[in-house]
Design a binder for this molecule. Sequence first.
Ligand code: DX5
Ligand code: ZN
Length: 219
Amino acid sequence: MKTVICPSMLSADFNILGEQLKEIDATKAEYLHIDVMDGTFVPSISFGMPVIKSIRATTDIFFDVHFMIVNPEKYVDETAKIGADGITFHYEAAGEKTEAVIEQIRKAGCKVGLSIKPATPVSAIEKFLDKIDMLLIMTVEPGFGGQPFIPESYDKIREARKLIEDKGLSVDIQVDGGIYKENIASVKEAGANIFVAGSAVFKGSITENVEALAKELGM
Ligand code: DX5
Ligand code: ZN
């Protein structure tokens, strides 16, 4: 599986967002992680369509949109239209509608991601593994950057990677929350291959930070 670093825009300095995105473009990071929060599924509100649309004009990087919203089906088509490359939604938000939302994202031309919160077991989404491109295992409670990695996540990542392998699938496993140069290698070892990093990228020098993460990942 290919290894991907995804800076999380939530931690950017929005005063100089354009400059920071240009700096990211010149690093080994291949995805930009874009957290859309609605203040209902999670306590905070982040940014939405006008922001995504505006930054789409500045960079060709893969837009990895992470919906932390209720009723994800309401926003899939518009998000795809304004330039998302991948859309990830939460199983906890979609429930019975999960399969329909997967199909909707696929039909809209985007890569399909399905996410579970720390309290949701991998078994809850096992039946969707053959329908998605990426499983996002949240390694913190969704809602805020800068929280510590939840150690129980290691077992979930291992369990999910084993299930994916046993089924002969090639689903990416993304991790999001509390990823730093100190733990990224062990999270990769557990079976993740796509790494979201907010604070670890945006605190200090973006270029040096991405390089430090890449080094830990053997990239
Ligand atoms: C958390 C968001 C993350 C967040 C990660 O709810 O989904 O993408 O930006 O930030 P760090 O890497 O600082 O934990
Ligand atoms: Zn996220």
